[in-house]
Ligand binder design. Structure first.
Ligand SMILES: C[S@@+](CC[C@H](N)C(=O)[O-])C[C@H]1O[C@@H](n2cnc3c(N)ncnc32)[C@H](O)[C@@H]1O
Length: 207
């Protein structure tokens, strides 16, 4: 009951604020403008990537997210842009799109929160055209033991407060184990961000 109310009324606003920091906006600008063609944004959340798209390269965006509350915020935000966007209120474990139909999969700060990650990667692969790219930017496991030990300790509590978010996922390893090739991988601690949530990985992945 309390959890349901928290997830409905508190969590969407909390995620929107936490994902709106200046360093994260800066990260979005490194990745999102590369999206082109038919785009599937996995875990679109409140639509914080929308201002960062290069709209002249976009035919269509499908914004997927299991949270109806976050999608409602994203729908309002999308009205500010001249974009062809449809929302799919669902998790990535089941993507209601045709196979081989997507040119770009955009995933930012979402791989941390997907529970059934293997099923979701299989679905993402299914909808990707053979030459499609995944553009990703995620926080994850830090390379320094002094940080990762705290990530591992805090992770179970963190997930309860932040919608199932895991702060200790090895993002490149997840992509590689799912059978993707990873390109142009970059990583660093974001400035002005607590280190346990501030280690970012970003780049491209392909089938
Ligand atoms: C930290 S928020 C990030 C939102 C957005 N991607 C951004 O960059 O601001 C994590 C998002 O993952 C979504 N999410 C959780 N489980 C998911 C799943 N199984 N499939 C797709 N998205 C999921 C949440 O609803 C939430 O919108």
């Amino acid at each position: 009951m309390i959890k349901k109310a928290y997830d409905k009324y508190v969590l969407p606003k909390l995620l929107d604020v936490c994902c709106s920091t200046k360093p994260i906006k800066y990260q979005r600008d490194k990745i999102v403008p590369h999206a082109a063609g038919t785009v599937l944004e996995v875990g679109i959340g409140s639509g914080l990537n929308l201002p960062h798209y290069n709209l002249s390269n976009i035919d269509k965006i499908y914004g997927l997210d299991p949270s109806a509350e976050l999608c409602d915020i994203a729908i309002k935000n999308a009205l500010e842009f001249d974009i062809n966007i449809d929302f799919l209120i669902n998790g990535a474990e089941e993507i209601k799109l045709k196979s081989n139909s997507v040119d770009t999969v955009l995933i930012t700060y979402t791989l941390c929160s997907i529970e059934k990650i293997d099923d979701s990667f299989n679905e993402i692969k299914r909808v990707m055209k053979p030459d499609a790219n995944i553009l990703f930017c995620e926080h994850g496991l830090a390379p320094d033991y002094s940080v990762s030990k705290w990530q591992n300790r805090i992770n179970p509590i963190w997930g309860k407060l932040f919608g199932g978010c895991n702060i200790n996922r090895d993002i490149p390893d997840l992509l590689l184990k799912a059978g993707f090739k990873v390109h142009n991988l970059e990583q660093m601690y974001l400035p002005s961000t607590p280190k346990i949530v501030g280690y970012n990985y970003w780049g491209f992945a392909s089938i």
